[in-house]
Design a protein around this ligand. Structure first.
Ligand code: RNT
Ligand code: ZN
Length: 409
């Protein structure tokens, strides 16, 4: 069947072998926080900051060992190249009394050891939620100097830790800054918090760090739960900040008005930036962080990455958290959907389509675009899974793990 699919694609000018080889080399950064409902390992017992996991499916990872075991299981069922995306709240403190403003590389040594075992690079995020220093729900934009100072120190510490990861794995670490700062109701001052955030970011970036090792990104958001009226780190704020300060924008496709598309924002940013970072998620009506599935917008996002030769420029990371289903399956299903979307995009005759567009042959363009939608993607996908040595039927494997491991927690 694969040979037949291969020649069918070839008749459209598409080389399936080339697509398969490219696909396995595109790294997808996998978020550690799907495994434990974003709780972390450094003392928090609930989530805050306008984000929420819902559901109470059995088997949440409750400690470092359980999280490692679950990641290992999930990663073994994911085809392609993977990175591990950690939050600072996953520091392994071994009962040492140290707060987030003083975290050091040594608090992440155990993760490095683990990631080396699995042959992964690491990406990183300061954690400005689930912590008592989030005074009145504010961090880097707080009017309270102590609060702001604490989180600036935290971010600086995270840059050093990111540099350590990059050195350990010889691959740059993406360090993404997202803050939940905002107001539930109509603010009296929209500018001052933004000016304070700007100043905080300036201070963070003033430390000496190796820019070839650490890529710093800022992630905007339209609103969060309980902070519906105003978000300090808005899209315009961060895009301007990033452009002026030569850092990177991270686009989370759950963070815009539902009629806005991240797929359309990617090429806009590619016109100005060398690197664009993504949090791929699935918002259902809002930033609900459902598991990524093979839906139209994911395919469009993948198309923008592939057809603009931006595979090396766009850093793909997953960001969702579902506690209502088996968490290993949530991980694997989302990662496979992302990879499948990339394969779909790699199997499209983009040059042909672009030529039709430039020649204003819109009738032909429409017909061909429709035609390529139902070429036998599934057959090429199965060939990919076979070559990557991962099972098609991952659910059976996960159910077994659920019975033997998760149910006993
Ligand atoms: C929240 C942001 C942020 C977080 C993670 C845990 O809306 O998307 O990226 O989900 O950092
Ligand atoms: Zn995000």
């Amino acid at each position: 069947m694969y040979e037949q699919a291969k020649s069918l694609y070839a008749s459209y000018g598409v080389d399936t072998e080339k697509a398969l080889n490219t696909l396995k080399s595109i790294p997808v950064s996998i978020h550690c926080w799907q495994g434990d409902d974003v709780i972390g390992l450094d003392g928090s017992d609930s989530l805050s900051g306008g984000i929420q996991t819902t559901g109470n499916y059995k088997g949440r990872a409750r400690n470092f060992d359980e999280l490692k075991a679950d990641i290992k299981k999930a990663f073994s069922l994911m085809p392609g190249k993977k990175r591990l995306n950690l939050h600072a709240s996953y520091a392994v403190l071994n009962s040492e009394k140290v707060d987030r403003d003083k975290y050091e590389p040594k608090h992440f040594e155990a993760w490095v050891e683990f990631a080396k075992e699995l042959n992964l690079g690491i990406d990183f995020n300061p954690t400005m939620f689930g912590h008592p220093m989030m005074t009145d729900g504010l961090s880097l934009s707080s009017p309270n100097d102590n609060t702001r100072k604490f989180w600036i120190e935290h971010c600086k510490a995270c840059i050093k830790i990111s540099e350590y990861f990059a050195t350990q794995f010889n691959t740059p670490t993406l360090m993404n800054i997202w803050i939940p700062d905002g107001y539930k109701d109509v603010p009296a001052d929209r500018l001052a918090p933004r000016l304070r955030l700007k100043k905080s970011l300036d201070e963070i970036l003033s430390i000496d760090y190796d820019k070839s090792k650490v890529i710093i990104a800022v992630e905007s958001k339209v609103f969060g739960i309980g902070v519906e009226s105003y978000t300090v780190g808005s899209n315009e704020f961060y895009q301007n900040y990033a452009a002026k300060n030569n850092i990177c924008c991270l686009l989370d496709n759950g963070h815009y008005h539902p009629s806005e598309y991240v797929s359309d924002k990617i090429p806009s940013l590619l016109a100005f930036y060398d690197t664009v970072a993504l949090h791929v998620t699935r918002g259902v009506r809002w930033d609900s962080d459902h598991v990524v599935l093979l839906e139209d917008e994911i395919k469009e996002i993948a198309k923008e990455i592939v057809r603009n030769d931006a595979i090396d420029k766009v850093k793909i990371g997953l960001d969702y958290f579902d506690a209502s289903i088996n968490r290993i399956s949530a991980w694997v299903t989302g990662q496979r959907a992302m990879q499948k979307a990339l394969l779909y995009a790699l199997l499209i005759p983009h040059d042909k389509l672009k030529t039709l567009q430039d020649n204003a042959e819109f009738t032909e363009l429409m017909v061909l675009q429709e035609e390529v939608k139902d070429l036998p993607l599934g057959i090429v996908w199965n060939e990919y899974l076979k070559r990557e040595n991962v099972k098609t039927d991952y659910l059976a494997e996960i159910k077994k793990y659920e019975k033997e491991v998760l149910n006993k927690r």
